[in-house]
Design a protein around this ligand. Sequence first.
Ligand SMILES: [Zn+2]
Length: 224
Amino acid sequence: MDSVAPLLVAGPLEVFRVVSQPFAENSYIIRRDAQPGCLVIDPGFEPDTIISLLDSLGLEPEAVWLTHGHSDHIAGVAPLRQHWPRLPIMIGHADAEKLTDPVANLSAGYGISVTSPPADTLLKHGDGVGFGGFEASVVEIPGHSQGHVAFLFPTEPMLVFAGDILFHESIGRTDFPDGDFAALAAGIVEHLYSLPDTAIVLPGHGEPTTVGHEKKYNPFVSAP
Ligand SMILES: [Zn+2]
C-alpha cells in the first residue's frame, strides 16, 4: 500500500495517490487541511487500496470525479459506491455512456467487463465543481476520449488533474475509435499550455509534471 504521506501539497490541499495495476493508473485523493471530507479522482482497479488509505487517514469521500470513462479510470467506482452508497459521481457528458458500456470503456477488449453506476452529474466545458472551498474549472479536451475533461484547481501553484490528456513528456493515445490527435493537440495548446508555467499537471499515468516543462520538452505537442 502506498505511503500515507501526500504526493504533494498545494495551498490547503493535500493530494494522495494510489497507483492501480495492471495499467499503472493514478487514482488521486484530495483533502483540505486535515478535514474528514475528501475527493476521489479516477478510482481504478485497486479500490480496496483506496478504501484502506481513506480509512487510515480517517477520510470519507464527498464525491468521485472522473476525467474520462476508460475502464482503468472507473473500475473502482462501483466498489466505492457500494461502500458509500450516497457517493455522487461526475463525468464529462460525452463520456457518460462509457460508464455502463464495457465495449465503449475498452474493458471488453481485455476480456473483462467493467461497469460503473451511471453518473449523477454530467459536466461540460466551463462548469465549476466545488471541493474544499475551491471551485475547480472543468475543461473539455477530446482526442484521447471524446468526453475527456481536466479539472483545474486555482491553488498556488495551480493543480491540473489531466487524466490521459497530457503526461510527463508524452500524451494520451489517440488510436481508439473516438480518438483524434489533432483535437487532442489543439486542446492541450489552447487550454493547458495557456496556464501558468508553474501549474502542476497530475496525469492519469506516471509522475507529475508542469505546464512549463511540457511546453519545453513534450515531443508530441509543441508550444505555439
Ligand atoms: Zn484513457
